[in-house]
Write a protein that binds this ligand. Structure first.
Ligand SMILES: Nc1ncnc2c1ncn2[C@@H]1O[C@H](COP(=O)(O)OC(=O)CCCC[C@@H]2CCSS2)[C@@H](O)[C@H]1O
Length: 377
């Protein structure tokens, strides 16, 4: 089926690509077996996504990882997103980001397949994904592509890759974070590169949705961050992208120009819509959160209460509410606890489930419901 896929100029419309590159109709089998991929020097191909949708771009990573024969070639994918928070595979979104602030500001949330911490993306943040065979997996070499490109563009910049594979400016300010995923035969290493991201938005969303979370989820490692344009104000986006692509081609002996791709095009990437839908879905984004518990005091109008919730697969698996005796009928408290068990740990879902209690005649139970919804971000 793959061999039916046509790589045509119209499908892979580019801006300034050289015409010989497009003068043929590409079949998928040609793509896989092209001399671009069979050269013994293990050449690389540079792709740039046209999409700024975080889920489409993460799906494109999955698709390349699953479908391109990386034994014979490496691929560098360059991409950027509209404002988004991207958490690692084994992280807890409620502990890592302020979901309420994100909803208000229209910042998307995505869980990636690689491990590691949480980062903020916007159109001023470049993402680079280095695909290679497992054998050729070499994160230091990839980061060298980035640091060398920056030194070529602005020799005065002090950029270094650290032990933990961040890239820092002036020995201190993080401009790039790294994560990776190894499969049986293939691998990818992806990293960010802060060119001109909105740092106040970054710090506004990278804080917990609620305190009192206990879990074994991977915690992020916060660092002071900087943008490249803080230190090199004249550096243009296009200059950066081109500089990195050129350095990759030099390092991996690729002679081909950057190919612009559209990850929503099923005729080029068959099955990509399904990958995207999975990444966009609640079951993946929230449902894959390692089990956790939340213990919190509830500052109600006249009294102090507390709640202990256990959450498994993103759903409340147990709920214990304590309030001073006599403040609210215990039977209503029990009803609320029962309603919440099995529900998604999500204010909208919980509000729908508790609609009757939220509009009850009894003011304390309404207040208690509202306080619990607050806990969920
Ligand atoms: N965009 C960006 N770039 C660099 N550093 C960032 C960014 N956003 C936030 N941070 C800082 O890094 C820490 C988290 O560091 P930590 O080391 O915990 O996590 C990472 O670095 C993960 C990088 C993932 C890269 C992938 C590439 C494509 S999809 S996402 C956070 O608390 C901030 O202080």
């Amino acid at each position: 089926m793959m061999s039916q896929v046509r790589w045509t100029f119209s499908l892979l419309r580019g801006g300034n690509q050289r015409s010989w590159f497009w003068s043929r109709s590409w079949s998928w089998s040609w793509f896989r077996s092209s001399s671009l991929f069979t050269d013994s020097s293990s050449p690389g191909l540079v792709l740039q996504s046209r999409s700024t949708d975080v889920h489409q771009n993460l799906a494109l990573e999955d698709w390349i990882d699953a479908n391109v024969d990386l034994q014979r070639c490496g691929v560098l994918l360059l991409w950027r997103n509209r404002p988004a928070v991207v958490i690692g595979r084994h992280q807890n979104p409620w502990a890592e980001c302020d979901l309420r602030a994100m909803r208000k500001a229209g910042v998307a949330l995505a869980r990636r397949r690689s491990g590691g911490g949480t980062v903020f993306h916007d159109l001023g943040n470049l993402n680079l994904t280095f695909f290679a065979s497992k054998k050729a997996y070499d994160r230091r070499r990839n980061l060298k592509v980035v640091t060398e490109a920056l030194r070529n563009l602005r020799p005065e910049l002090d950029v270094q890759a650290t032990e933990r594979l961040d890239i820092v400016l002036d020995g201190r300010y993080k401009i790039s974070g790294t994560a990776s995923r190894l499969s049986r035969q293939s691998s990818y290493h992806h990293c960010t590169l802060l060119h001109s991201a909105d740092r106040s938005a970054l710090s506004a969303v990278l804080r917990p949705s609620c305190p009192g979370i206990h879990s074994n989820a991977t915690p992020s490692v916060p660092s002071p961050v900087a943008n490249l344009t803080d230190h090199a104000p004249s550096m243009q986006w296009e200059e950066l992208v081109e500089g990195v692509a050129q350095q990759y081609s030099k390092e991996f002996c690729s002679g081909s120009p950057t190919v612009l791709v559209n990850p929503s095009d099923e005729s080029v990437f068959p099955g990509i819509g399904r990958l995207e839908a999975e990444l966009r879905g609640w079951n993946w984004t929230f449902g894959k959160t390692p089990k956790f518990s939340v213990e919190m005091s509830l500052h109600l109008e006249e009294v102090l209460g507390s709640v202990r919730l256990q959450v498994k697969d993103g759903r409340i698996s147990s709920c214990r509410i304590q309030v001073p005796p006599g403040w609210v009928p215990q039977q209503l408290v029990g009803e609320l606890e029962n309603i919440l068990v099995g529900e998604k740990f999500c204010p909208n879902a919980a509000a729908t489930a508790a609609t009757a209690l939220l509009s009850s005649e009894n003011r304390p139970i309404r207040e208690l419901c509202a306080a619990l919804l607050q806990v969920m971000g």
